[in-house]
Design a protein around this ligand. Sequence first.
Ligand SMILES: [Zn+2]
Length: 155
Amino acid sequence: MKQLKREFMVDVTAVSELSAADQTLLEAAHEAAKVAYAPYSNFRVGAAVRLASGKIVKGSNQENMAYPSGLCAERVAFFAAGAQFPGERIEAAAVVTDREMPAVDFSPCGGCRQVMLESENRNGQSIRFLMQPGSGEVLISPNVSQFLPLTFRLP
Ligand SMILES: [Zn+2]
């Protein structure tokens, strides 16, 4: 029997160690979290996507009384970028919440991982991905594909 083993690696750093561009991206995600529509979970999440042109597109979670009709912040931002700037490469993205919690407990849901992976595949280049719960350390993934080690693909 053989084994398939994949490693998962993120950098953990303070905001002050980030580049100015990444700090701006994180700030945009925090601004988005402030206006999230999350009356049911009270879990406000903000996301921001930076395009290769430098433009930043924000998203926040948008909940709905009919639960499945809502959408996560990451997908709101990625889909908005695709709709408003079709064909533009996504260089980096960030997701944050205003809630203080352990950084390792804050990462995208499965549906968002699949959507971000498809954006990365369309890009042809990795999407740098930052995660920051509250005001603590930032986790940085060099790509989004490592979040889905066994990926759904159409044959
Ligand atoms: Zn999600």
